[in-house]
Design a protein around this ligand. Structure first.
Ligand SMILES: C[S@@+](CC[C@H](N)C(=O)[O-])C[C@H]1O[C@@H](n2cnc3c(N)ncnc32)[C@H](O)[C@@H]1O
Length: 213
């Protein structure tokens, strides 16, 4: 895979994050990851985890699931592979280096595609979402777990001020859920069916986007 400059930076950043990622994020992201996994498997067993990272969510799937993971970072994936082997997670069928904007799967492969804490990091989120939609079966869902900035009001103003700090830890408040809603409308085929606040205090959200059958 040929890397653009942003992709190369992303790989470098996650090579540094990989050894400490679970310590920092496990407890904080667990409720959102569990909610995303439950919503994904409700669509059917075959699930793609786009940006699977160190595989924090892989243990939350039921044993009848068939999970495929892709991530840009070999360092993050190595940790995911360790979890699969140490915990005997036989429902994980493959973990591959890959870019969510150029997925190496045929059209209409998955019942659900989940992307947890990645969509606001990708330089071309609409391209990533269109790729996720391409590999989804009709009736399937893209399930996102993420922080999205408030649309307006005093909290939005505070978020705008804190934006560089929040961005430094990977959660951009400048990125609003409405950007994804607009993308879905433009496709004419995808529909946002749920946007739900999650722990902590609604800071993370679950977004389900269904591909019309
Ligand atoms: C904040 S981590 C989230 C990891 C995991 N989903 C979780 O919830 O613990 C973001 C992950 O997205 C991956 N990533 C970023 N851009 C990507 C892309 N274009 N394609 C695939 N993975 C990407 C990073 O390498 C990193 O592992």
């Amino acid at each position: 895979m040929t890397d653009g400059p942003t992709t190369a930076l992303m790989r470098k950043a996650y090579a540094r994050w990989a050894p400490i990622y679970d310590l920092v994020y496990d407890r904080l992201t667990e409720p959102a990851a569990r909610a995303a996994v439950n919503a994904a498997v409700a669509c059917g067993p075959k699930v793609l985890e786009a940006g699977v990272g160190t595989g924090l969510s892989l243990g939350y799937y039921p044993s009848h699931a068939e999970v495929y993971g892709v991530d840009l970072s070999k360092d993050m994936l190595r940790r995911a592979q360790d979890k699969v082997e140490k915990r005997g997670l036989t429902h994980v069928k493959s973990l591959q280096v890959g870019d969510v904007t150029r997925l190496d799967f045929p059209d209409e492969t998955f019942d659900a595609v989940t992307a947890q804490f990645i969509i606001t990091l990708v330089p071309e989120p609409e391209t990533a979402l269109s790729e996720c939609a391409r590999v989804l079966k009709p009736g399937g869902e893209i399930v996102l777990a993420n922080h999205f900035g408030q649309p307006s009001g005093p909290i939005a103003a505070m978020e705008a001020m804190a934006s560089p700090v929040v961005k430094a830890i990977g959660w951009s408040s400048a990125f609003k859920a409405s950007r994804i809603e607009e993308w879905a409308r433009r496709t004419g085929r995808m529909e946002v069916v749920e946007l739900k606040p999650l722990f902590p205090g609604g800071f993370f959200k679950l977004m389900r986007i269904r591909k019309r059958a």
